[in-house]
Write a protein that binds this ligand. Structure first.
Ligand code: WT7
Length: 704
């Protein structure tokens, strides 16, 4: 396998061409009031103080019984934290705040329709609702400590109520993202062996009341075909008393929660005192192939980690109004809408709908009206709002002190819009890099202490010691300009405990590659493989290049998709971009770019040329796209991730796979028609793919 391009790069290296960006300083106003404003905090969490440093996080919680051992490594690599300690997650998020701030809002829920009422839910009311639903779960549905209960819920307050009711009883919840199909939910029911499904009849999305209960029927059928029977379906109603679904309620199986709750008014359920290492919830991550992977997160370790990182990295104080604009169906929502913020007793905003309903000023209107001062969202949302409402933020009077971007690398250009236009140059941005598996942040700057650099997440967060290895396990030095596989060298409390029901897969996926000694009880021998490619600049900051699976290999030269996309998005007319590989006789694979334009611009050859030229300029000739397609929109998941594998399938005249989880499935045919007929006309139809190549294209990108 020799490289034929102009650069000799080994298969294991990812080429890096990104240029360094300028620093931005933390805003002075933030510093005085920040939770982390003493630089000594870095020293407290230095490797020398591991694992004791994390007691600072555990001490944020209220324990029924204090731990005897901080970290137990006796069964590698199944690390256990706070052994001997007992606590209840619901008590920590709700009960313990009642005395000091029972009538303070725990949640403010904003329905999508602006003429519907925003609901303020105080800690007291939340406590009452959790207890009533817990009593129902226990006495009507028969849920017991250690059972799994699957939720398939939209963004409504009933979701955190249900989660915390489970947490109160030590029942393990498994929330499936509401936008996923019934079949995806069914497969997760099977994997977790749930007997109870909690769902809702309908919810609003982009102005439409969507029928959701229909998906429960499909989920139950898929589960039943695999031998798992749901005994009870508990159906919340978006508008109590009204049913907005075509799906019939099955007698003896399906029940309206609002009706059942009448029998549980005012009931209290004693919180279960759980061992620190008891599982709190499962969060399935799709992986690219095979069985869904249920990341099992612990009670004590997880909760301490999200409380600590919320405090220092989101800079949450009890009197803040904090809005994480994500879906609770993702780990981001579990950690940074529900568990972290509530553990700190703050007010957490939840919004039901899409960012642009009914217009792209909506998020900023919400921020102004509710006095949001901490804002947290994903690059896809930022790009969308920049695309359709670039001047909207200036029209609203809100002030953020900190802002977060999470979920994928952010293009420096987009980062700058977020900073200048959304943040009005007043807020510190944290670019928080982490994974479903890690419970909480792995890489970020401390907002009041560390300079920001667009496109870089920053250093490892407190207590997280990162390292980049090459394929042979050699450390890639900082400032070398080389990329490799980023790993965490040490255990930390937020790390998942295992893949539910599959310890071997857990070890194989995350540890096997770089483990030095399988018998070793010394954690130093077990670096944790994240699966991302990364490069570390001379200043120690990490730039995440995206999933290793997303790399495009052109003649042995491995190009990160995000680096291509960051280059292309600099073209003024361009709003969104996606880079995909196409099979090429000569070079193995070459790059094709898809771009969507900002409103008001028409596709033209000139834009195509500009995209090609800027990629060639910033990355090199090797990356020059074979084609640049200007498309009306990208196929996206309901979480806003661009489905690169679908586009890759189109470019290669290959199967695009399942598109049922797309937010906009109709775009697939439109793009296929456009791209493939142009290719046919140019005589540019690739040869038929081998089965291996087909698999590779199908696995391109890490989304459901
Ligand atoms: C993958 C994990 C973290 C919760 C939401 C996504 C990418 C995530 C960043 C960031 C660059 C990022 C990584 C990671 N990613 N945040 N700030 N900068 N890349 O969770 O679905 O488990 O995805 O998202 O590639 O491996 P997830």
């Amino acid at each position: 396998m020799g490289a034929v391009g102009e650069t000799e790069v080994s298969e294991s290296q990812i080429a890096v061409h990104w240029r360094e960006e300028d620093y931005y300083e933390p805003p002075p106003k933030l510093i005085d009031q920040a939770n982390a404003n003493d630089p000594a905090i870095r020293e407290r969490f230095s490797e020398e103080h591991f694992p004791d440093c994390f007691t600072e996080y555990a001490e944020l919680l209220t324990w029924d019984r204090k731990w005897d051992t901080i970290l137990d490594t006796s069964n590698p690599p199944f690390w256990k934290w706070w052994i001997g300690g007992r606590l209840n997650a619901c008590v920590n998020c709700v009960d313990r705040h009642l005395e000091a701030r029972g009538n303070k809002n725990a949640f403010i829920w904003v329905p999508e329709l602006e003429d519907q009422e925003t609901k303020e839910i105080t800690y007291e009311e939340l406590h009452r609702r959790i207890n009533e639903f817990a009593a129902l779960l226990r006495d009507f549905a028969g849920a017991q400590t250690g059972d799994r209960v699957t939720f398939h819920m939209p963004m409504v307050p009933e979701l955190p109520v249900s989660m915390l009711a489970c947490a109160r009883m030590g029942v393990i919840h498994s929330q499936v993202f509401g936008g996923f199909s019934g079949a995806a939910c069914g497969n997760r029911i099977v994997d977790s062996q749930s007997k109870i499904l909690v769902t809702m009849d309908a919810y609003y999305r982009d102005g439409q009341l969507l029928d959701h209960k229909l998906k429960a029927d499909e989920a139950l059928e898929v589960a039943s075909n695999q031998g798992v029977e749901i005994e009870k379906v508990l159906v919340w109603r978006r508008q109590p008393g009204e049913y907005h679904s075509e799906s019939p309620m099955v007698d003896g199986r399906d029940f309206f929660v609002d009706e059942l709750l009448e029998d549980y008014r005012g009931q209290q359920v004693e919180p279960e005192s759980m061992p620190a290492e008891a599982p709190l919830f499962l969060m399935y991550s799709s992986g690219t192939t095979g069985q869904p992977k249920g990341a099992e997160h612990s009670t004590g370790g997880y909760l301490s980690y999200v409380a600590g990182t919320s405090k220092y990295y989101q800079d949450i104080h009890p009197d803040d109004t904090y809005w994480c604009f994500a879906d609770i169906g993702w780990i981001t929502g579990h950690s940074y809408i529900v568990y972290g913020p509530l553990a700190l007793g703050t007010t957490s905003v939840m919004y039901e709908g899409v960012p642009t309903y009914p217009d792209p000023g909506r998020p900023w209107r919400i921020a102004e009206k509710l006095g949001v001062n901490i804002f947290h969202t994903a690059p896809t949302t930022i790009r969308m709002l920049r695309k359709v409402g670039p001047d909207e933020p200036a029209k609203y009077d809100y002030h953020f002190k900190t802002m977060t971007t999470v979920g994928e690398p952010i293009e420096p250009d987009v980062w700058r819009w977020y900073y200048h236009t959304v943040g009005k140059e007043e807020a510190a941005i944290t670019d928080t890099w982490w994974l479903t598996e890690t419970g909480g942040f792995l890489g970020s700057t401390l907002p009041a202490l560390e300079k920001m650099k667009p496109g870089s997440c920053g250093p490892g967060v407190l207590g997280i010691n990162l390292v980049i290895y090459d394929e042979n396990g050699e450390e890639v030095q900082k400032g070398s300009g080389k990329a490799g596989n980023i790993c965490v060298r040490n255990p930390w409390p937020g790390l998942m405990q295992t893949i539910w029901g599959d310890d071997d897969r857990y070890v194989a996926t995350y540890f096997a590659k770089y483990c030095r000694d399988k018998q070793s009880q010394d954690w130093h021998d077990w670096p944790w493989l994240c699966g991302d490619g990364a490069v570390q600049a001379a200043d120690g900051y990490y730039r995440i290049l995206g999933r290793i699976d997303d790399v495009i290999n052109v003649a042995g030269h491995r190009l990160g998709t995000k680096e291509l996309e960051s280059a292309a998005i600099q073209v003024e007319e361009v709003a969104e971009t996606a880079a995909v590989p196409v099979i090429d006789e000569l070079r193995g694979k070459v790059v094709e770019m898809y771009v969507a334009l900002k409103p008001g611009f028409e596709p033209s050859d000139e834009i195509v040329q500009k995209v090609s030229q800027i990629i060639e300029r910033d990355i090199g000739k090797i990356a020059r796209p074979k084609n640049v397609w200007i498309v009306p929109d990208m196929p996206k998941t309901r979480s806003g991730k661009i489905m690169r594998r679908v586009i890759a399938g189109i470019s290669n005249f290959a199967d695009v796979g399942d598109v049922s989880t797309l937010a906009n499935p109709e775009i697939v045919d439109e793009i296929r028609e456009q791209v493939q007929s142009a290719k046919v006309a140019r005589g540019d139809v690739p040869r038929e793919l081998s089965p291996e190549e087909m698999e590779e294209i199908k696995a391109f990108g890490r989304v459901e």
